[in-house]
Design a protein around this ligand. Structure first.
Ligand SMILES: [Zn+2]
Length: 282
């Protein structure tokens, strides 16, 4: 496809989901004008040629950008180490209400990519522009958004499901954008997640154990009954995958990777808790 047509088709995809979006400044509806979205108050949000809308008025948002860690994470995902978690997530989404799925805190976009491949209509958002730029190159069918999870640029009750995987939550915003009966799926690391790596890096980690309990309690306070499903597998680590893992995981940010006993790391446990609950409007 010629580049200009590829660009316009990406813009068209954003325009097709504009009815679900709202202006994060005045909360007004957005209408397409050329290659941007505009509200009645005149706030203008450009659709980037790469196929996303930037709703954050700053050059770079969020945590310090680490391009290297995104690239390693992408490769680790492509190698299939998270496939069982993808499957658990897709299984959970079978309970979604009609309407698009919002991936809130999509990072570099792997899960949104997999949800689209399974047939979902997905709007995916992250505060880090660089992560969304990278995500937009992965899948052109997702409506990619740079935005604040505490002020989602989405209309009330527009979504059939919200997915919040390995990212901070904002339950009030999730409840606002979900339709009555809509589904929240939250994915958090399980207690055995990366246990071999945590053993090998013992003494260097600030937080050495995961616990799902506080997250589950917080979830339940906002969404009532929570269903919990553990997705766990242990896979052999190739030297390439080990290198990707050591460079992608936030667990090791600030740790001295040279001090880790690599020889003992021949396999890795990837474990997540998939928490689901339904939004019941009051
Ligand atoms: Zn506005």
């Amino acid at each position: 496809m010629p580049e200009s047509r590829a660009v316009s088709s990406r813009v068209e995809r954003i325009l097709r989901c504009h009815a679900f979006l709202r202006c994060p400044l005045c909360r007004g509806a957005l209408a397409p004008t050329g290659q941007s979205l505009r509200c009645d108050a005149g706030h203008n949000w450009d659709i980037a040629a790469r196929g996303y809308v930037n709703f954050v008025n700053r050059r770079s948002g969020g945590a310090p950008y680490d391009a290297d860690s995104f690239a390693h994470r992408r490769r680790f995902m492509q190698a299939g180490y998270y496939r069982h978690i993808e499957e658990a997530l897709l299984h959970a989404l079978a309970q979604a209400a009609p309407g698009p799925v919002v991936d809130a805190g999509c990072g570099e976009g792997w899960f949104a990519h997999r949800m689209v491949a399974a047939g979902a209509q997905v709007m995916a958002l992250d505060y880090a522009k660089e992560a969304v730029q990278r995500a937009a190159g992965l899948n052109r069918s997702v409506c990619w958004l740079v935005g604040d999870i505490a002020n989602l640029p989405l209309r009330d009750q527009c979504a059939g499901a919200v997915v919040n995987a390995f990212a901070p939550a904002n339950y009030a915003e999730f409840a606002r954008v979900l339709r009555p009966g809509g589904l929240l799926v939250k994915v958090i690391p399980g207690e055995g997640h990366l246990q071999e790596l945590r053993r090998a890096a013992r003494g260097q980690l600030r937080e050495e154990a995961y616990s799902a309990q506080p997250v589950m309690e917080h979830f339940a306070r906002h969404f009532g009954d929570v269903t919990r499903c553990t997705a766990r597998t242990t896979l052999p680590l190739t030297p390439e995958a080990l290198d990707d893992l050591l460079r992608m995981t936030p667990l090791l940010f600030g740790a001295d990777r040279e001090q880790i006993d690599r020889a003992g790391l021949t396999q890795i446990t990837i474990e997540a808790e998939v928490l689901t609950g339904h939004h019941h409007s009051i």
